[in-house]
Design a binder for this molecule. Structure first.
Ligand SMILES: NC(=O)c1ccc[n+]([C@@H]2O[C@H](COP(=O)([O-])OP(=O)(O)OC[C@H]3O[C@@H](n4cnc5c(N)ncnc54)[C@H](OP(=O)(O)O)[C@@H]3O)[C@@H](O)[C@H]2O)c1
Length: 248
């Protein structure tokens, strides 16, 4: 079950954290994985690590906030592999601040990277997936899209937007046998949450029924499932991976 043998997967934001774990897990399941992000050094190290474990990976420098670069990156990917079977829109940033004082640049950068970036990547893979009448698109949302979070109006709006995008496109392309789903992680141990003090982390854990922060691998496992043939009858769904911290 859950073999992705010979599937071509693209993971954005694969240079660290959940994206990196997702790339490793997809490769472990047999997929050829294109790892995309801005930091080429980290991508090169990941490609080596996957190759060292007997998998196949290919690095592409990509800033999803840049429409032209995104088009060029997918052109390179399609020239090399001929198709994309699985797209994981994982790249994201935070620029936290109270809404009242939020700078326009911080609002724009987060919406552009976290929401528009996913839309641009989806546009690049859809023609091929529609022709193939097959495909898996998985968008990385967040628990905060459902519960809100003070100081993150831009990030929460982008993540809630991603859930809407997931549902709209799921309906648009269902007739072509392409599924579109979202994964909504809770609090996961990655560089994005590293800045939280031990005190805050301990406090957060008291709000998580399973009693711990999640790992990148916990989230990656959900993505491998949604990417698999076995998940063929699931579309437009938001899969919570949050230790029970928010039961939607
Ligand atoms: N950690 C959590 O608790 C948590 C909870 C809920 C949801 N999430 C979501 O899970 C995903 C991964 O989060 P994470 O915790 O692993 O974050 P992270 O450690 O900060 O990693 C974010 C990744 O996104 C990439 N990225 C950022 N801007 C990019 C851009 N413009 N173009 C391409 N790549 C870009 C970064 O790579 P480069 O800097 O090399 O480009 C990095 O690889 C995100 O969508 C995040 O919102 C995380």
């Amino acid at each position: 079950m859950f073999s992705l043998k010979d599937k071509v997967a693209v993971v954005t934001g694969a240079s660290q954290g959940i994206g990196r774990e997702t790339a490793l897990a997809l490769a472990e399941a047999g997929a050829k994985v294109v790892v995309a992000a801005r930091n080429e050094e980290k991508l090169a190290a990941l490609v080596q690590e996957i190759a060292g474990k007997g998998g196949e990976a290919f690095a592409v420098k990509l800033d999803v906030a840049d429409a032209e670069q995104t088009k060029a990156a997918f052109k390179t990917i399609l020239e090399k592999f001929g198709r994309v079977d699985i797209l994981v829109n994982n790249a994201a940033i935070t620029r936290d601040g109270l809404a009242m004082r939020m700078k326009a640049d911080d609002w724009d950068a987060v919406l552009r990277t976290n929401l528009t970036g996913a839309h641009l990547c989806i546009q690049q893979v859809l023609p091929g997936m529609m022709k193939a009448r097959a495909g898996r698109i998985i968008n990385m949302a967040s628990v905060v899209a459902r519960m809100g979070n003070a100081g993150q109006a831009n990030y929460v709006a982008a993540k809630a937007g991603l859930i809407g995008l997931t549902k709209a496109i799921a309906i648009e392309i269902a007739s072509r046998n392409i599924t579109v789903n979202a994964v909504a992680p809770g609090f996961i141990e990655t560089p994005m949450t590293d800045f939280l003090s031990d005190k805050v982390k301990e406090e957060l854990k008291t709000r998580i029924p399973l009693g711990r922060m999640g790992s990148g691998r916990d989230v990656a496992a959900a993505i491998v499932f949604l990417a698999s043939d076995e998940a063929c009858y699931i579309t437009g769904h938001v899969l919570d991976v949050n230790g029970g911290m928010y039961l939607a």
